[in-house]
Write a protein that binds this ligand. Structure first.
Ligand code: FAD
Length: 388
């Protein structure tokens, strides 16, 4: 069997690449070892957002691209991506002053082309009474602005379904076990339910998320390991204790933390903890749980916290660096075996929000190794609906 493209992993990046490849007219197979969004793509903060905080680290390109993709997804996937008002409280001792927040929100709105969905407002003191249980002592200002929420698993499934409707094949559960690349193509071995299957493709796209280096290690001739680090982010899932959405500053280290009602629960996150073990061993630690509960309690001292708290943890793929994880770039990273004629492309990190732009950029990188085909569709026009 021969495909133009084999994609390893059906997280949001793999689903996105499959959709873009099929839309561009290529034959594509997605190989997923567990289920769609089984990895990081079901453990995100579930936001389709521009990334207000990335303005602090000067990642303007990422913010602009994310805001563009957010606007597109609000239009293409209205059942999956919905705007919500996030409240940012500013206290006397907050590290980001009211002026800084105002400047950030103004720039955010400007980068979105002053789109109506990025307008923000400062709440009047009278409106503070309507903020459920928010600590009012030393409160100086509260801003309200809009971000979009999604169900990351449902979004990934919907993008994958869109790829299938355009002709993509999916093998699942099936595990990529080895590949041999030569000048012309790649021979790929897949463990399909205990049966070893061999097929060939022009290009192999490694969208294995936190497993990126495990996949690379199985390719011959060998390719260098990517200099990335896995950084765990954990969330708490509590009963629906709040109806409003908040974006607060953790009192311990001033990191930005979301407190978001989501699908009948209250979600609080996230953290940043270097993960040393195997990706499948990722789990919220007692320290992370304590950090998030302390942040919640600091801003909402009256909330009745249950004794048992549900948690989930995901792994970011970030460039290795001495910088703190919080200030490291969040742009997607690409690595190819050969710039002129790529046979293997690895897609690492990036955002749920920008999966479509990432997939189109991945396709552009692969073009020198692919024949010209007749385009079937444009991903910027394809509507996405929930899959039953
Ligand atoms: C805590 C946290 C919060 C985040 N919040 C947001 C947010 O709110 N908004 C946003 O835009 N982005 C967010 N992100 C970023 C976003 O979630 C990730 O960038 C994205 O989900 C990564 O997707 P992926 O497809 O690269 O990886 P994954 O989703 O991990 O997919 C990789 C897939 O590859 C499969 N696989 C691995 N090895 C093999 C193999 N050998 N054979 C077959 N299959 C294999 C795995 O089973 C898995 O399904 C967040 C990330 C984290 C960690």
């Amino acid at each position: 069997m021969k495909y133009d493209i084999v994609v390893i992993g059906a997280g949001i990046q793999g689903a996105g690449v499959a959709q873009a490849a099929a839309a561009a007219g290529y034959s594509v197979l997605v190989v997923e070892q567990t289920a769609p969004a089984a990895g990081t793509s079901s453990k995100s903060s579930k936001l389709i957002h521009g990334g207000l905080r990335y303005l602090e680290s000067g990642q303007f390109g990422l913010v602009c691209e994310s805001l563009r993709e957010r606007a597109l997804l609000l239009h293409l996937a209205p059942e999956l991506v919905k705007l919500q008002t996030l409240h940012i409280p500013v206290y006397q001792h907050s590290s980001r002053s009211a002026l800084t927040i105002r400047a950030g929100l103004s720039l955010y709105s400007l980068l979105a082309g002053l789109n109506k969905n990025t307008r923000f407002s400062k709440l009047s003191r009278k409106q503070w009474d309507g903020l459920e249980g928010l600590r009012q002592e030393n409160l100086k200002a509260v801003y309200g602005y809009q971000e979009a929420q999604t169900n990351d698993t449902a979004l990934t499934r919907s993008v994958l379904q869109s790829a299938i409707l355009l002709g993509a094949d999916v093998m699942m559960p099936a595990r990529f076990v080895a590949a041999e690349r030569n000048g012309q193509n790649c021979k790929v071995e897949i463990d399909n339910g205990g049966k070893l299957q061999t097929l060939s493709c022009r290009v192999l796209v490694n969208c294995a998320g936190p497993w990126v280096n495990q996949v690379l290690a199985k390719i011959h001739p060998p390719l260098p390991e990517q200099q990335v680090e896995l950084v765990q982010g954990s969330h708490l899932l509590l009963p629906p204790l709040l109806k409003q959405h908040f974006y607060v500053e953790a009192p311990q280290d001033q990191r930005a933390v979301f407190v978001l009602p989501w699908e009948g629960k209250l979600m609080v996150g996230t953290t940043e903890k270097i993960h040393e073990g195997a990706p499948e061993e990722s789990a919220c630690s007692a320290g992370e749980k304590e950090y998030l509960l302390a942040t919640l309690h600091h801003y909402f001292p009256q909330l009745p916290i249950p004794a048992e708290v549900e948690t989930f943890a995901g792994l970011r793929v970030l460039p290795k660096s001495d910088e703190t994880a919080f200030s490291r770039p969040r742009e997607v990273m690409f690595a190819v075996d050969d710039e002129a004629r790529p046979r293997v492309l690895s897609v690492m990190g990036g955002k749920l929000t920008t999966y479509r732009a990432t997939a189109e950029a991945a396709m552009a990188r692969l073009m020198p190794s692919l024949p010209t085909k007749e385009r079937r569709a444009d991903t910027a026009l394809l509507h996405l609906t929930p899959v039953d």
